[in-house]
Write a protein that binds this ligand. Structure first.
Ligand SMILES: Cc1cc2nc3c(=O)[nH]c(=O)nc-3n(C[C@H](O)[C@H](O)[C@H](O)COP(=O)(O)O)c2cc1C
Length: 172
């Protein structure tokens, strides 16, 4: 798919088919994650692959009943690793760059998934402590977002966008 078509085609998917995600496609998404830029090339994030239904159902609870987390066959949990960035960048690394590293990596994953015919939705609304506990995350990781990955279960509804002129400004 042409890159700009891909950008336009990507939409949040909140209904997934039961079709499994092929391992080869998942590996390509993971490889794309590893190519994302990061502050100082420190890659201050870790990603956990959640495949087990029980764990995905537990994620639904931790994310205030966002049921599609259990529907999608795979959920990627992107975690910031503040201490890794803090070694070089101190407070700014810990509080900002580590989160940015995790989120740009997720963006790469979303676009790679779409290029492979898969859909995703960025899930930021969840109880961090509950997610850390159920995924048994090391205490130095902060879960930043969850990304269900799977085949679309329906067409997304149209959405509005702001006018470019409202969003973009020439610096004066
Ligand atoms: C930081 C962030 C947090 C989000 N959290 C959620 C969420 O918890 N649940 C959800 O269904 N969508 C969530 N979304 C997806 C947005 O609702 C969605 O991207 C937006 O409505 C635009 O729609 P589109 O992705 O289809 O273009 C989140 C997106 C971002 C960037």
């Amino acid at each position: 798919m042409d890159f700009f078509h891909l950008i336009e085609a990507r939409r949040s998917m909140r209904k997934y088919a039961e079709t499994p995600v092929e391992e080869e496609k998942l590996q390509r998404i993971l490889a794309a994650i590893n190519r994302a830029p990061s502050a100082g090339n420190l890659q201050a994030f870790e990603v956990f692959i959640v495949r087990k239904l029980e764990q995905r159902q537990a994620l639904v609870q931790a994310a205030w009943n966002q049921e599609f987390l259990a529907e999608a066959p795979v959920v990627l949990a992107f975690c910031a690793e503040p201490a890794r960035s803090a070694i070089k960048y101190g407070e700014r690394g810990a509080t900002l760059y580590a989160l940015q590293d995790a989120t740009i990596a997720c963006t790469f994953a979303m676009l790679a998934a779409k290029a492979l015919g898969l859909d995703t939705v960025w899930v930021g609304a969840f109880d961090e402590a509950a997610v850390s506990s159920l995924l048994r995350l090391p205490s130095d990781l902060r879960p930043a977002l969850l990304l269900p990955v799977g085949y679309a279960g329906k067409e997304p509804k149209p959405r509005p966008w702001r006018e470019l002129s409202d969003l973009i400004h020439e610096a004066t």
